[in-house]
Ligand binder design. Structure first.
Ligand SMILES: [Zn+2]
Length: 438
């Protein structure tokens, strides 16, 4: 009888079972860079329902019952996207070295959580994490995606695939006791078959994108320069294997032989791309690959070396790379290469990703093009152009704002006043806003 009564009650009250209405937010934008790279709009209204932009209108419109955010004195633009960060771990090289023996994965995870929040509050609503402890970064990615913690959307590479002794080998430069304790070196491979295995293992662990090290790297503690260290057949095996799982591929590459070999292997992006020649630019154009310049990294690494925070092997490579990244970048602008914004933050401090813009502009890129590289073009490289990168109906409500005109002065992007991610306001008037996930 009781059961029947409850069933009748349920049938009689269908509205109770309906989901609560999604919150509606209205943004009044004085200047709107809805599609960076194109002319801005003046006086526009963005209507956001739940996590999604539902409409962009000319003029300032009101919606009854909606929360209105007044950004009439600001420039409103899509959330920024950084294609190359490392969220886990301390970003102070010296402290990282001093504390290494005492820190566990749990410590690294809490640091990563804090780094993620700093990144979001700096206006970066999406990042690609190109290498760290896979379990840690993937857990963080999923917890943020579930709305449990505040941070940017994370696209993770797991651990970078590398040859033994290469840039991603965690055993480099350790004594034999410590080397024997490195728990996970499933990411190192030798020979094409083994590199297929290493690629599949990262995908099995949950990687969204595959990263491999084509050449030596500045901060790996092994001497041997920055030349090509992974063989052509190994790179090709990684790219072909990644494609069978619909994964894109990013190649860490400094030396010109490695940059060109990775482009010939068919990667989607070159990370760093420090040394180049005429062949490099032909290959960028013929393959359509993006160049992710990370200009902040060589400067940060050199400064670390100068203050004694690098080993001799690292410092030698930092000196080798210094200055060349900016030269290659300037040439890439002249050669009309596709560029996606990336910083290698983690080498430089978290939350200061936007300092990359000034380096891009200093070396010949127009401010509007630099902003486009961190929105429209980065979204394209991620294969997420349908959901992020512009402000339009149907897109994710990832929106930021700054005072003044960032297409005249890109340094304004170093001080973002407003941050919304998936419809939630995390920063307003330059102040952090606590949400249910804080
Ligand atoms: Zn990196």
């Amino acid at each position: 009888m009781k059961l029947l009564a409850s069933l009748l009650l349920l049938a009689a009250a269908p509205t109770r079972a309906q989901a609560p209405a999604e919150p509606v937010t209205v943004i009044h934008a004085g200047t709107l860079l809805d599609e960076p790279g194109k002319a801005p709009r003046r006086n526009a209204t963005i209507i956001i329902r739940g996590k999604t932009i539902t409409e962009v209108r000319d003029g300032f419109a009101d919606v009854p019952g909606a929360r209105t955010v007044d950004l009439r004195d600001s420039t409103v633009l899509p959330g920024l996207i950084d294609m190359h960060v490392h969220l886990a771990g301390l970003d102070d090289r010296f402290q990282s070295r001093l504390q290494a023996a005492g820190r566990d994965n749990e410590d690294e995870a809490f640091t990563a959580l804090l780094n993620a929040r700093k990144t979001l509050l700096a206006g970066f609503t999406t990042v690609r994490d190109l290498g760290g402890d896979p379990r840690l970064v993937l857990s963080l990615r999923d917890a943020i995606a579930a709305g449990e913690f505040s941070g940017p959307t994370i696209v993770s590479a797991g651990r970078m695939v590398s040859v033994s002794g290469g840039h991603g080998d965690q055993r480099n430069g350790r004594n034999r006791d410590l080397a024997s304790l490195v728990p996970d070196h499933t990411n190192t491979c030798n020979g094409p078959d083994d590199c297929r295995r290493a690629t599949r293992e990262q995908i099995s662990a949950g990687a969204d994108v595959i990263k491999f090290a084509a050449t030596g790297g500045v901060l790996s503690n092994v001497p041997g320069g920055l030349k090509q260290q992974m063989m052509d057949d190994e790179m090709r095996a990684i790219v072909v294997t990644a494609r069978t799982f619909d994964r894109k591929v990013a190649a860490h590459a400094h030396g010109v032989d490695g940059v060109n070999a990775a482009l010939r292997a068919g990667v989607d992006s070159i990370e760093h791309g420090t040394f180049t020649n005429a062949e490099t630019f032909k290959l960028y154009r013929s393959t359509g690959a993006y160049y992710v310049p990370t200009l902040l990294a060589p400067a940060a690494a050199l400064a670390d070396g100068q203050r004694g925070a690098l080993t001799p092997a690292q410092y030698e490579k930092a000196r080798l790379a210094a200055g060349n990244a900016e030269k290659s970048f300037a040439e890439a602008i002249r050669q009309n290469v596709k560029i996606a914004f990336g910083t290698d933050t983690g080498v430089s401090p978290h939350g200061r990703n936007a300092e990359e813009f000034a380096l891009m502009v200093k070396n010949g890129m127009a401010p509007a093009a630099a902003i486009r590289s961190a929105t429209v073009d980065a979204a394209d490289l991620l294969g997420k152009g349908a959901s992020i990168g512009t402000i339009a109906a149907g897109k994710d409500a990832d929106i930021i704002a700054v005072r003044g005109d960032p297409t005249a002065d890109v340094r304004l992007l170093e001080h973002v006043d407003f941050v919304m991610k998936h419809g939630r306001v995390h920063k307003l008037g330059g102040a952090r806003q606590l949400t249910a996930s804080d």
